[in-house]
Design a binder for this molecule. Sequence first.
Ligand code: FAD
Ligand code: MLT
Ligand code: ZN
Length: 476
Amino acid sequence: FTHVRYNVQRLGFAAVTTEDIAFFNGLLPGSVVTDPDILEASNVDWLRTMRGRSQLLLRPRTTEEVSQILRYCNSRNLAVNPQGGNTGLVGGSVPVFDEIIISTVQMDNIINFNSTTGVLTCEAGCILENLNNYLEEQDFIMPLDLGSKGSCHIGGNVSTNAGGLRLLRYGSLRGTVLGLEVVLADGAILNCLSSLRKDNTGYDLKQLFIGAEGTLGIITAVSILCPRKSPAVNVALLGCDSFEKILDIFKESKSMLGEILSAFEFLDYSCREVVCEHLKLRNPLQETPFYILIETSGSNDDHDQEKLSHFLEKVMTSGLVADGTVATEENKIKALWALRERITEALVHDGFVYKYDISLPLERFHEIVIDMRNRLGVRAKRVVGYGHLGDGNLHLNIVSPAFDQQLLDSIEPYLYEWIAQHCGSISAEHGLGFKKKNCIYFSKSRAAVHMMQQMKAILDPKGILNPYKTLPAFTQ
Ligand code: FAD
Ligand code: MLT
Ligand code: ZN
């Protein structure tokens, strides 16, 4: 367990007293946790790089309870940390000091699903995979899919504006989320739980809470547009010997697979090594410097197979692909996906992970991985590149046997300056959380950050919602 440097002072919030605990016990009998052993899991993040010291975890069951909790906390000046599945990768989901953790774990009811419109309305604590399983029974799917699907909550997904493996096809949550119910810092309930596709009446307030990482309100319910489940799914894993060829394959896939293309994921050779070494996964292809995973999803098997085989024939015969395999059967599809989806898990077995989630123009996509390898040399155990190439989103991860401050100083701010210089984003889909909030200026202007701080001050004047996260401290 390695702490990231905490370089932050506790703000002047009240500390939890026995009277406060008595109040919460009265409000939420059986849903107030003070047992340090149970609290431990909620105080430590998924990467095990951050540890808070909260002594109170609340597990409300209803929006009304969330509202009462926040009304009380706001009046008492008690800071809170909203928490979903605690799979966030930027330290936003765990307290920094003694903030009260408000977990959505007990808010996991499906409210309604309309199989004509495909609109699902559910509570914020529903686990993504459970929602997807529920929808699959009715021939629908969730419009998003993440490697953390077995634990993350839909409220957490919306709060981080999570991207993931299906964004290429179904777009971002900013488009698929149709409505939200949110409890504001003072306990007021904002009901924007619309199921309408079109609604241009005034400002679209729900957008404020999408990607706000729990700093503007607690999301209690979500209404989301879900696509039909495609009966025909194929996955191809292709090995490639240059990055330029991958870009050519991408262009070709857009033109030849068109509307059935549902994922275009990238991993380099070092990722393949790490999943094979630590998770004992088998790579069916010969060794090549790069791999891409292409998924097609459509409504007609023959049509899709025909399109895919024309595409594969073209990229194989033109020398763009060195080796490849195709899966049509569910188990084989899952095995190929595991090589990509389980990289995150394999990396934590490898050592301390310095995690970067970057948007870049595609022509620069892999340059920074090579650059970092050269820059860090043997001081890094591993430098890997993977990600959602179809969305221009690279995951650059660096591993060392244990946390190494000198290595970190060689990575930052160099990397962030490089990203800014090439007009990228320093956080594509994971958010800023605690770890990256001060880096916001590499991607946003001072004026933009100032406006965000003003919005925060209006919605949460006492700053009780997820303090120390997302935005740098307000300076006039
Ligand atoms: P948490 O981690 O609990 O919280 C995340 C943030 O949201 C925190 O700031 C928290 O305070 C806030 N929050 C949580 N619930 C609420 C709520 N109801 N109201 C207000 N604020 C709230 N991310 C991607 O974008 N794409 C990926 O492909 C992806 N793959 C992953 C794979 C693995 C193996 C892991 C471990 C993580 C991955 N992630 C990915 C990151 C993470 O899973 C997502 O950010 C996810 O959306 C977080 O959901 P959660 O419920 O775990 O939220
Ligand atoms: C992924 O795409 O695998 C996730 O965003 C997690 C990660 O970046 O490791
Ligand atoms: Zn990702």
